[in-house]
Every structure is written in structure tokens, then in C-alpha cells.
Design a protein around this ligand. Structure first.
Ligand code: SF4
Length: 362
């Protein structure tokens, strides 16, 4: 029996001559007959239109430190209201969030929330921003954009945690509504993307170049280093060189530790020394802000002045342990500017993670 599909009308699709509908949101270009779902599972064809089946539905809300996204140069120390929906448009075998990203629509939905209710909940819980995270928000673009508009009306910022796997036209709309992003650069070879994610590297690099040169979105990059897959020093070196040449020295780069998960449970965790090695390569290539993540490494997680090497922001996990920035975001020791979006004083949220229900806050 054919599944009954319902949702809000989606954008970015067109009809093919053979009668199928092609989704033009991401470079997979799924071509669907009536009743079929795309690879992401949440966009589907219902009759003569494409629909988004997860509009207004979330997999639960948490208040996190902004450093957990990870964003180290965007409103440090502040709490961010975080949520995801279900599904994903990549199929990473190493997914660290698979219970959400691989979820079917209905089994993960824990709470319904309108864009206005989410913005109101962020205001009431003193969050500086709302993050679309846990699964890739490009697949619920229509919902994310409406939330971002509701947030802007309440002076709440929005953060996208994304793999950047999106086509050019929707990319403009999506990131046109975001204040900040963390983009996963999962590896630096087409082989890695094809073999482990069933995707392509080139569109991700296009997104990064677009963000840098055509938007004001503050963004940072995360690369999960997986033993034997993308931790070769030559590949890390090539990645760092590309970032330096195409994005410049001020885009922060996070090298984070893999933990055995999803379809890669036999692969060992990333040794801390691999992360430190990658950080050194990045700094040697001229990148100013290179971090280690998912390990305890206060040195690798703190921010230093690119001009005089003074400690600017000390971190221990997600706790801020030092602050040496002036009110206008300059080094307190030598006055050199630190790239990022800073308030006069840092937030005080710390490392707490707090589950919340939007219905009770709005
Ligand atoms: S967004 Fe989903 S339906 Fe659209 S092309 Fe990508 S995977 Fe397919």
C-alpha cells in the first residue's frame, strides 16, 4: 500500500519531461514518482508537488554552550537553543549523530514547535541564538528560514551546523537568513566523500568559498579526523593550504576526534596526538585559529593572538577560563584584532547542557 505523504509545499524542484519531479535543493537531484521520498527521507513527492514532511517538528530542544557547535569566535560563552529534525542528505558511515540523521520522520519527532514559539523560547531562556543542528538543516530549509525570520524579529541570531551540501540557488536563500555557521569539511578528497558519504567534495568547497566571499555569515569549519580515512598528514596539509588560499587565515578550523559509531564501529578513536599534529600543520600553513575538539586539550581549545601570541580566550572543554579581548574584539595585550563576532563581555553559560520543552517556554 502506498504511504500517505503530507507536508508543507517545498521549494526548489521542477517537473521532468518523463513526469517525475526533480528536487533541486541538493546535488543529489532526486527524481521522484508520486509517493516517493528523496534520499534525505524528509522531502517527498505528494501528488504534483514536492513537500517537506518535517516542517514544525523537532527531535527535541537543548540549551548548549555555543562552543559545542563548535563555534569559538561567535558570542563566546553564550547559551544557544539547539534542535534538529530527522533525516540527512549524506550517508556518512561514521555519523556521530545517527539516531537523528538516520531517523525516519515520525519515530524521532518529540515536539512540535512553530517558528514564533522557538524564537519566543530563545528569548525567555536568555539564549543569544538558535542553532539548527543534530541533523543537516539544509533539508528542512523552509522551516529553518521561517525560524530565522522569527528570530531576527526578536533580535535572536541563528546558527546553521551543516555539511554545506546544497545547490547554488537554495544556498543563497538559506545562508541569507543565517548569522553564523559551522560547516563540516569531512575530508579533502573526492574518494573520501564518495566512499564514506556517497557525496561529492566540490559542492562543499563551493559553499565555503561562497560564504567567505559573498556573505557576511560568520563561519567556522570542522573536520572529524578518522584513523586511516582522512588523517594522512599530506591530506591534512592539502586541506589547510586550500583553506589558507581560498578563505584566508581568519576562518577557524576545528579538528575533532572520531568515536566508533554507526557503520564504523571497528575503527579506533582518533588519538589525541593526531589532532595536535593536524593543529600544528594548520598553524604552520598560516591559519590563525586552529583547534582540537572532542578531547581534553585546554591549549588546543584556547584562542591566541595571531600577532603577539597572548592568550585571548582560555577554554577547558566548554568553560571559558580566560578573557583577554577588549570591548571591540582586540587583543588586550597588543591591540591586534581577533576575527569573530564578540560582545563587550563574554557569556557565562559554561559547559551545561539542558534539555527544554519549547511549549513550556513560549
Ligand atoms: S534534499 Fe533530499 S530530496 Fe532533495 S535532492 Fe537532496 S536528498 Fe534528494
Amino acid at each position: 500500500m502506498q504511504e500517505l505523504i503530507a507536508g508543507v509545499r517545498a521549494r526548489y524542484w521542477h517537473r521532468l519531461e518523463d513526469g517525475r519531479l526533480q528536487c533541486d535543493l541538493c546535488p543529489r537531484y532526486c527524481k521522484l514518482h508520486d509517493g516517493q521520498r528523496g534520499l534525505c527521507f524528509v522531502r517527498a513527492r505528494a501528488g504534483d508537488a514536492m513537500v517537506l514532511t518535517t516542517y514544525g517538528r523537532s527531535s527535541g530542544f537543548c540549551i548548549d554552550p555555543i562552543e559545542k557547535k563548535p563555534l569559538n569566535h561567535f558570542l563566546p560563552g553564550t547559551p544557544v537553543l539547539s534542535f534538529g529534525t530527522a533525516g540527512c542528505n549524506l550517508t556518512c558511515k561514521f555519523c556521530q549523530n545517527w539516531s537523528i540523521s538516520k531517523a525516519r520522520v515520525l519515530d524521532r519527532v518529540q515536539e512540535r514547535a512553530s517558528p514564533e514559539a522557538i524564537a519566543e523560547a530563545a528569548v525567555r531562556s536568555n539564549c543569544a541564538s538558535v542553532a539548527f543542528t543534530y541533523n543537516d538543516p539544509v533539508i528542512f530549509l523552509e522551516y529553518a528560514v521561517d525560524i530565522a525570520e522569527a528570530c531576527r524579529a526578536r533580535a535572536i541570531r541563528t546558527v546553521a551546523v551543516s555539511a554545506g551540501y546544497i545547490c547554488a540557488q537554495p544556498r543563497r536563500e538559506f545562508f541569507g537568513h543565517m548569522d553564523a555557521a559551522n560547516i563540516d569539511l569531512k575530508g579533502f578528497t573526492e574518494h573520501f566523500y564518495r566512499h564514506l558519504c556517497s557525496g561529492k567534495l566540490a559542492p562543499v568547497l563551493e559553499t565555503l568559498v561562497y560564504l567567505k566571499h559573498e556573505t557576511k555569515v560568520w563561519f567556522e569549519i570542522t573536520t572529524l579526523l578518522i584513523p586511516g580515512e582522512n588523517d594522512d598528514p599530506a591530506e591534512i596539509d592539502a586541506l589547510c593550504r586550500w583553506v589558507m588560499e581560498n578563505l584566508g587565515p581568519d576562518v577557524p578550523l576545528h579538528f575533532t576526534a572520531f568515536h566508533p559509531d554507526w557503520k564504523m564501529r571497528e575503527t579506533p578513536p582518533t588519538p589525541p596526538d593526531t589532532l595536535r599534529m593536524a593543529r600544528h600543520i594548520g598553524k604552520d600553513r598560516g591559519l590563525r585559529y586552529v583547534y582540537t575538539g572532542n578531547i581534553h586539550d585546554p591549549t588546543g581549545q584556547s584562542t591566541y593572538c595571531h600577532a603577539c601570541d597572548a592568550l585571548l580566550i582560555g577554554r577547558d572543554w566548554y568553560d571559558l577560563t580566560g578573557w583577554n579581548l577588549t570591548a571591540d574584539g582586540r587583543c588586550g595585550s597588543c591591540g591586534a584584532p581577533c576575527a569573530g563576532v564578540f560582545e563587550r563581555v563574554p557569556g557565562q553559560w559554561g559547559r551545561r547542557r539542558m534539555a527544554v520543552r519549547v511549549a513550556e517556554l513560549s
